[in-house]
Design a protein around this ligand. Structure first.
Ligand SMILES: [Zn+2]
Length: 426
């Protein structure tokens, strides 16, 4: 495929448009959507009748493990998994070795991306050197080379350090993306401190370990005026705090993950594939998060794709590594559990997975307007199948959705009009 293509007879869905039509793509860009086009010379026609065409997804929170942890995943396998999931851009978290905290260490990661990525992979830099929470990175020296700053994997424990980080971020006009977690409240916990935890003799992580730090940061954000983004919110209190802050005009956005929207502690099994950080919370938290999607409190759905080796995930809830994979299951799981049940419109799901994250992180795309890069996902909404992690392109196989019967399969992903994943035409 050359980047010039006519997609014929698709059902087109964006956050603001729904209808049947042909999409003409030339030299990687959308020319227009019209009924009944005939392909001009040199443009290949692909029959997508019966299929749905949407703006390709964007994931602002993934872990691709390279450099440093390539036994879990690498840029090539991670980006191939993303393409299969309908994504053409992802933002990669900096809990790597070396941590991208200087132009030199960032260059190591960027070289791997330049060599191996099959879609756009945009690196985060850390907020503090080595993600240790003690000394700020040089925001000015890094801001043109990374998408945003985050110490993801840990919270910034010191209020003074977070204030300084926000002041620097405000000065440089960059986004701070915070993993909010107060280590003083963890007490060895590893699943939600709720009913299941108590009944099965586990150690719990309280909700306040997350929302307490969000509450602190929202005040700092108000004080400093920085662009503040909260990663993977999981508790009902977090939703309420961010909802109130937005009403006050605080410059905050946030994301949650598919698993927090469709699972809760009632779904836990004694298996490492149900373990991630933050943990699956209570049913009330799950419902509050869905409400947050509906009323606009939550801006984006990000997978927190966090692969580990089979061995690291084989040690049960207590001893397995934290993290699950998500790029190859996010759309079908959310479509099946939220759209087909009538809780969320398909248009709003596209907004949460594509338009809105692309907008808040200034990634471009997210619409099918003339002149836009042709970044599209083509989906068979009627295809019913069973999720089987053995088929994943990701090296990580641990997912709580293994064995789920879902609908909605991504059959082709186009980046700039070229297929980066193709299960439709060979
Ligand atoms: Zn995190």
């Amino acid at each position: 495929m050359t980047g010039s293509i006519l997609l014929k007879g698709g059902n087109i869905v964006t956050d603001s448009y729904k209808g049947e039509g042909d999409i003409l793509v030339r030299d990687g860009k959308v020319v227009g959507i019209l009924p009944h086009l005939i392909a001009p010379d040199g443009v290949e026609t692909v029959d997508v009748s019966g299929l749905t065409v949407v703006p390709a997804f964007a994931d602002i929170h993934v872990h691709f493990r390279e450099p440093g942890f390539t036994a879990k995943e690498n840029i090539r396998t991670g980006s191939m998994a993303a393409a299969r999931g309908g994504y053409t851009v992802v933002c990669a978290m900096p809990n790597l070795d070396p941590v991208p905290d200087s132009p030199g260490t960032l260059a190591v990661e960027q070289a791997a991306i330049d060599r191996d990525a099959v879609i756009d992979v945009l690196p985060y830099c850390s907020i503090t050197k080595g993600r240790k929470g003690l000394e700020l990175v040089d925001f000015k020296a890094l801001k043109d080379k990374c998408i945003a700053f985050s110490d993801d994997g840990s919270g910034v424990q010191s209020e003074e350090m977070m204030r300084s980080a926000m002041q620097a971020a405000a000065r440089e006009g960059v986004i701070l993306a915070a993993h909010c977690e107060d280590n003083a409240l963890l007490r060895g916990g590893y699943i939600h401190d709720g009913r299941y935890c108590a009944q099965h003799g586990h150690k719990g992580i309280c909700s306040e370990s997350e929302w307490g730090q969000i509450e602190r940061d929202l005040k700092l954000c108000e004080e400093t005026g920085c662009r503040y983004h909260v990663c993977h919110i999981s508790t009902k209190e977090s939703v309420a705090l961010i909802r109130d802050a937005k009403k006050r005009g605080v410059n905050v956005t946030c994301e949650t993950g598919p698993h927090y929207l469709v699972l809760c502690e009632d779904d836990l099994q004694e298996d490492g594939r149900f373990k991630m950080n933050p943990p699956l919370r209570g049913a009330e938290d799950r419902e509050a998060l869905v409400e947050g999607l509906l009323d606009g409190t939550i801006d984006a759905i990000a997978t927190d794709h966090a692969p580990h080796s089979a061995e690291e995930k084989s040690r049960g809830l207590a001893h397995s590594a934290m993290g699950i994979v998500g790029l190859e299951t996010s759309f079908p799981v959310l479509y099946t559990a939220l759209v087909r049940t009538g809780r969320l419109s398909l248009g709003r799901l596209i907004e949460l997975m594509s338009t809105s994250p692309r907008h808040i992180f200034r990634l471009g795309g997210g619409s099918l307007a003339p002149g836009m890069s042709a970044d599209l996902a083509i989906i068979d909404l009627n295809k019913e199948y069973t999720i089987d992690s053995r088929t994943f392109l990701s090296m990580g196989k641990a997912t709580p959705f293994d064995g789920w019967k879902v609908r909605g399969e991504v059959v082709m992903t186009l980046r700039g009009g070229k297929a980066v994943y193709n299960n439709l035409t060979k």
